[in-house]
Ligand binder design. Structure first.
Ligand code: SAM
Length: 269
């Protein structure tokens, strides 16, 4: 019996593994596993990035919350997200152009070959792929309606996606941004840093999803910019029937924060 363990701060998660499908060392160490009960699993530098079982709880909330909070998102950039899950969700909308910017070609190539959660997104004619650092991309890129940041933890190569300069650049390049903002329970420092550094988006809010294979399951996101939730039901018609997790009720409920978290957010915004 083989188990994969991910350790957090004084606790962790164990997942039973059937076999390792591939491992590659490059910009990052990328591993893909077949698990006993959670489908395939992507691990980068020892940290679980997704399992097939719960990735929709993450990707659908990361993508549809900003996309349906914008009147008509036609041009979208996904920064990070080399597994293709966020891109898959973006393409459910009536977009004319989607650019995926990932620093590590291995993540894209191995995900396409072994995970296949992109459901053909990488072959879609509306998609362009840029292999580079997300902050460098923002310096010279066009203006997007929505930018979605699907990054790894803010250590190593993803550092650049968490600093103030990144958000200053992003503010000039989109109407609405969404980003994953880590566990507010066990990764408080990362969470606070993101809330503070995203200040160039003067209007911003925190929302939540349950992602069981992320540290302690409670996962946070930040949305910033000119978002509006007024026509969610009508806008949902654009993608109705394509989601397994997202709907307008879940969207609104995700912004209901418990008292301890409200205090955290108020202290940083
Ligand atoms: N949200 C998932 C998580 O936290 O577990 C992450 C999923 S996705 C696989 C993260 C992607 O961000 C990886 O493919 C990684 O290569 C990419 N990435 C990390 N730093 C980056 C950077 N500076 N610019 C662009 N992409 C980056």
């Amino acid at each position: 019996m083989v188990w994969f363990f991910e350790y957090y701060d004084g606790c962790g998660l164990a997942i039973k593994v059937k076999k390792k499908l591939y491992e590659a060392e490059g910009v990052q160490k990328v591993e893909i596993y077949e698990t006993e009960s959670m489908g395939k699993m992507l691990v980068i530098d020892g940290k679980i990035q997704l399992t097939e079982l719960d990735e929709p709880f993450y990707h659908e909330m990361l993508v549809h919350v900003p996309m349906l909070s914008h009147e008509n998102p036609r041009k979208v950039a996904v920064i990070g997200g080399g597994d293709g899950g966020a891109l898959r969700e973006v393409l459910k909308h009536n977009v004319e152009r989607a650019v995926l910017v990932d620093i590590d070609r291995n993540v894209i190539d191995l995900s396409r070959k072994f995970l296949k959660i992109d459901h053909g997104a990488f072959e879609d004619e509306r998609v362009e792929i840029a292999i580079m650092d997300g902050k460098e991309f923002l310096r010279d890129c066009e203006i997007f309606d929505v930018i979605i940041v699907d990054s790894t933890d803010p250590v190593g190569v993803s550092d650049t996606l968490f600093d103030r300069e990144f958000f200053e650049l992003a503010r000039q390049k989109c109407d609405v941004i969404s980003l994953q903002s880590q566990s507010p329970l066990i990764q408080k420092e990362y969470f606070r840093t993101l809330l503070v550094n995203s200040a160039p988006f003067e209007r911003r809010d925190v929302y939540l999803s349950c992602v069981p294979t992320y540290p302690l399951a409670l996962w946070s996101f930040i949305i910033g910019g000119e978002y509006d939730f007024s026509n969610l039901e009508e806008r949902f018609e654009r993608i109705k029937g394509t989601t397994v997790h997202y709907n307008p009720d879940v969207h609104r409920a995700a912004f209901a924060l418990p008292e301890w978290l409200k205090k955290e957010v108020e202290a940083c915004i």
